[in-house]
Each structure stands twice: as structure tokens, then as C-alpha cells.
Design a protein. Structure first.
Length: 350
């Protein structure tokens, strides 16, 4: 296992700061890293496109900017471990960083589509179920590997409406070092673990990425995998997380917090909601204040006699494909893809 000189940067903003604007400011975007941040020169950086292609490409940042149509895509990137804390405290202990609810960011990304780059190289592989496009960053050591890599199905990469980008800008500004300068992959609807930063290689191949983080992490292991030993037999047969599940959270009040009525006697619940994969948009968010017995949309109105009482608020989102959050999602050892109801418990109403 590689030894790192320091701890990787991993942070999330305060949830109230995250939901303060629809577009997440660059400084409020979460950071998830398995190694140290590399110092790269955008002028000399190259992205190699290889594997099952008719023409190997080596593209500079200027090539990516000038030789391909530029697209703007507004989408959320979400860490697969987002809301891990809730699984940990509401179900049972899991492995991994104790992410709260803010390991997600909704940003405007700009760059050429992966589809256009692959078409320029000429894919020479059928779009079968096993075919993948692998992404790699070889610029920095990782905690569990000597490089960072991930892959997505080739069929997804070649879909024009999938909007997979080689992002050069974030919110109309060049990427920062923390978010992958000079170029990263952006994979709408797919776990952020596949959105490789500091991208230097794209490979069309007949199988998934062989990187540790595709093969031995970011998988929803079955409940019987309860520790490293029992999990060992499941890593090779459990699919890697690709699409993230429908999700929502309550973000303007914490467990044990207080909500005050407005001048009209209303209590406002706010947060964010995300569809499953590319099954968006979210078409409905409901809120419950009685343990899920009844649900209302948008706002809750309480009677005067309830002032000072404590309640648990839930939220649940439904997307255009009809996917709806469960009350609790399946426990798994790595605590990934948690999408139980958004929850704020023991809230005092004033």
C-alpha cells in the first residue's frame, strides 16, 4: 500500500451553506480525495485516448478547448458515501469517512462531450454490456493504489444525452486544483467516484477499470458482508456503483433543533432532492411530520396548540421514472448509496 506524506483533503460544507444557492459556489463544493493534490501545468498537460480505438489521440488542453464543440451542463456530482453518517447512526456501524448530507455539489460544467472525443478516436468495440470507458489519473499516489481510476459503461459514454464531459470549467471559471485542474470527467447521475479528476488517460476496453477503487470500494455489498474478512468473497461479484439512487434531505434544521413559525403560522422545511441516475427530474418532494403516516408537499401548517412540541420531519423525493426514496435503505459495510428518507428528528416548533 502506498505511503502518503499527509492526509488527503476530504471535506464538505455546512449544509446550510450548500443549499443557500441552486448553483454550488466553487468554494462550497465538497472535496473527496484518495491521495494528495497534484501540481499540474495546464500548458503541457495531455490526455491520451487509447485502447479499442482506430486512432490513438494525445490531446492538449488547447485541443480540448478549440477542436471540439464546448457544452455547458448543469448537474450534481455526489459522493457515493454521501449521508453515510445517517446509515451509521440510524442502522449500524459502517466503514468509511463520516460524511453528513453535504457531499454533493450542483455546478455548471463546461467542456467537450466524451462522446465527441471518442468519435474522433473511432471506437472499434461493440457496445456490449461488458465494454467500458476507463479514466485514469497517474499524477498522484493513492492510499490503496499507485494511481486513481474508474470506468463507466461504453454505452453510457456514447449516448449524446448522457452529457458526460471532459470538464475544463466549473461555474464559468477554469477548474481549481481541488476540483481537478486542468481537466476532469463529469458523469451526470453517476457516483462522483467515477468523475476522475486530473484526467490524463481514457481507455476504451472490454472490462471495467482494474483500479482498486472500482474493484474493492464503492460497491453496495450484501448485508452478510459485515467485516473485511466476510466481505472478501463479495468484492469480485458485486457490481460497482454507477447510478446513484433518488435522494433528498432536510437541510434547514438539524436533529434537536428549533423551527419558528412565520407571520402566517407556517413552518418551512427546505433541503435538496436528486433523481435516480438520469431518471430526472425530481417531480415531487413530500414532507411528513408524523412519522410517515401522512405526507404533504412544499409546506407544513401546524395548529396553534402544537407550539413547543417536538416532532420528527421526513422528506421523500420521487423522480420522473417513479423511483421514490425508502424509509431506510439497505445497510452495507461501506455505507454507500444511502437514500433513506431525509430526516430531522426531535425538532421543537415555536
Amino acid at each position: 500500500m502506498p505511503e502518503l506524506p499527509d492526509k488527503p483533503l476530504n471535506r464538505e460544507p455546512a449544509i446550510q451553506d450548500l443549499i443557500a444557492s441552486f448553483i454550488t459556489p466553487v468554494k462550497e463544493g465538497y472535496d473527496r480525495n484518495h491521495g494528495m493534490l497534484p501540481e499540474l501545468d495546464g500548458r503541457s498537460h495531455r490526455v491520451k485516448v487509447e485502447g479499442a480505438v482506430r486512432k490513438v489521440l494525445e490531446l492538449s488542453i488547447l485541443d480540448l478547448q478549440n477542436d471540439f464543440e464546448q457544452h455547458d451542463v448543469v448537474c450534481a456530482l455526489q459522493c457515493a458515501g454521501n449521508r453515510r453518517h445517517t446509515m451509521r447512526v440510524k442502522i449500524k456501524e459502517v466503514q468509511g469517512i463520516d460524511w453528513m448530507d453535504a457531499a454533493v455539489m450542483n455546478c455548471k460544467w463546461t467542456g467537450p462531450k466524451l462522446k465527441d472525443v471518442l468519435e474522433r478516436a473511432g471506437v472499434s468495440l461493440d457496445q456490449n454490456a461488458e465494454a467500458h470507458v476507463a479514466f485514469a489519473c497517474n499524477a498522484t499516489l493513492c492510499q490503496e493504489d499507485t494511481w486513481y481510476g474508474a470506468s463507466i459503461p461504453l454505452s453510457r459514454a456514447l449516448r449524446d444525452d448522457a452529457d458526460v464531459l471532459l470538464a475544463l470549467k466549473m461555474n464559468d471559471e477554469p477548474l481549481t486544483k481541488e476540483h481537478g485542474f486542468p481537466v476532469r470527467i463529469v458523469t451526470p447521475g453517476i457516483a462522483g467516484a467515477r468523475a476522475v479528476k486530473w484526467l490524463d488517460c481514457i481507455t476504451v476496453q472490454t472490462q471495467e477499470s482494474t483500479n482498486f477503487y472500482q474493484q474493492h470500494d464503492y460497491k453496495v455489498l450484501p448485508p452478510e458482508a459485515t467485516d473485511a474478512e466476510s466481505a472478501s468473497k463479495f468484492w469480485g461479484v458485486t457490481p460497482a456503483v454507477q447510478e446513484m439512487p433518488v435522494n433528498s434531505t432536510i437541510s434547514n434544521v438539524e436533529e434537536g433543533g428549533t423551527l419558528e413559525r412565520d407571520a402566517h403560522g407556517f413552518v418551512t422545511i427546505s433541503g435538496y432532492a436528486l433523481p435516480s441516475g438520469d431518471d430526472g427530474p425530481v417531480v415531487k418532494v413530500e414532507v411528513s411530520s408524523d412519522g410517515g403516516e401522512s405526507w404533504v408537499q412544499a409546506e407544513l401548517l401546524h395548529g396553534e396548540g402544537e407550539a413547543g412540541s417536538t416532532r420528527t420531519f421526513y422528506s421523500r423525493a420521487t423522480d420522473a421514472a417513479g423511483n421514490t426514496q425508502p424509509q431506510r435503505s439497505q445497510w452495507n459495510l461501506r455505507g454507500v448509496c444511502y437514500n433513506g428518507y431525509g430526516e430531522a428528528a426531535d425538532v421543537t416548533i415555536k
